[in-house]
Design a protein around this ligand. Structure first.
Ligand SMILES: Nc1ncnc2c1ncn2[C@@H]1O[C@H](COP(=O)(O)OP(=O)(O)OP(=O)(O)O)[C@@H](O)[C@H]1O
Length: 216
């Protein structure tokens, strides 16, 4: 997928416009950080993009969307649920295939939770749960990543590892981030959202943190 170009994006809640109308053109190879204060509309914009991109996107929602009663393996496997026939998914629920087990294990190893593969996600810490949602998005292997605060529950070294991994694994990404320094370090384009509109759209290389702080 060579990027995307959407026009007239809008969203309203209870008759109140919270996004747009705005246009967004993203080229392949761009890692876009969505920044802006709480309530500016970043999550809503990510949802709008996900609705449009559908199977072309891997989503890491702010709420993670994990099934707590299921083990980590099955939560990660869900990233590819729509790629397999029903019988394959049903069998996987009972007895996962070796190939899938190995692929998921390697991903969990990369995210430093390999020992959690068969543990229900309910028994994990917040940061471990966040890494399960990250593994699920990577496992999906969609061309575009849409991530809403994917490092909010991670400590410093782990946050760096995850940002490095995500920007390496996906050729194009849109990542809502509250951490301005991480946005500048790992993304090559910064889009600032203010009251549902694009208030800043610049190459990360041309900005410093204080340029972005005016949005807050
Ligand atoms: N389900 C909803 N019902 C009503 N209003 C909503 C709903 N979801 C979001 N909003 C409103 O839409 C606006 C944008 O919210 P959104 O969650 O997109 O902001 P955000 O920039 O992602 O914030 P945060 O950084 O806190 O996650 C806010 O004013 C919020 O109150």
């Amino acid at each position: 997928m060579p990027g995307f170009d959407f026009h007239g994006l809008t969203a309203s809640f209870n008759g109140e416009r919270v996004i747009g109308p705005l246009s967004l053109h993203v080229n392949e190879g761009e890692h876009v950080a969505l920044v802006g204060k709480s309530g500016a509309g970043k999550s809503t914009l990510i949802r709008l993009l996900y609705d449009r991109l559908e199977s072309e996107a891997s989503l890491i929602p702010q709420g993670l969307g994990l099934v707590n009663a299921l083990p980590v393996f099955h939560n990660v496997f869900m990233g590819q649920l729509d790629r397999h026939p029903g019988w394959y998914n049903a069998l996987t629920l009972i007895r996962p295939f070796r190939r899938d087990r190995d692929t998921v294990k390697a991903l969990l190893k990369e995210l430093e939770i390999p020992e959690k593969q068969w543990i229900p996600t309910a028994a994990l810490s917040g940061g471990q749960r966040q890494r399960v949602a990250i593994a699920r998005a990577i496992y999906r292997q969609a061309p575009v990543l849409l991530a809403d605060e994917p490092i909010s529950a991670l400590d410093g070294p782990m946050a760096h590892l995850v940002m490095k991994t995500l920007t390496n694994r996906f050729s194009t990404s849109i990542i809502a981030l509250h951490d301005v320094d991480m946005a500048l370090r790992y993304c090559n384009r910064i889009i600032g959202i203010q009251d549902g509109q694009v208030a800043l759209d610049e190459a990360a290389s041309s900005l410093v943190a204080s340029d972005i702080m005016s949005l807050y």
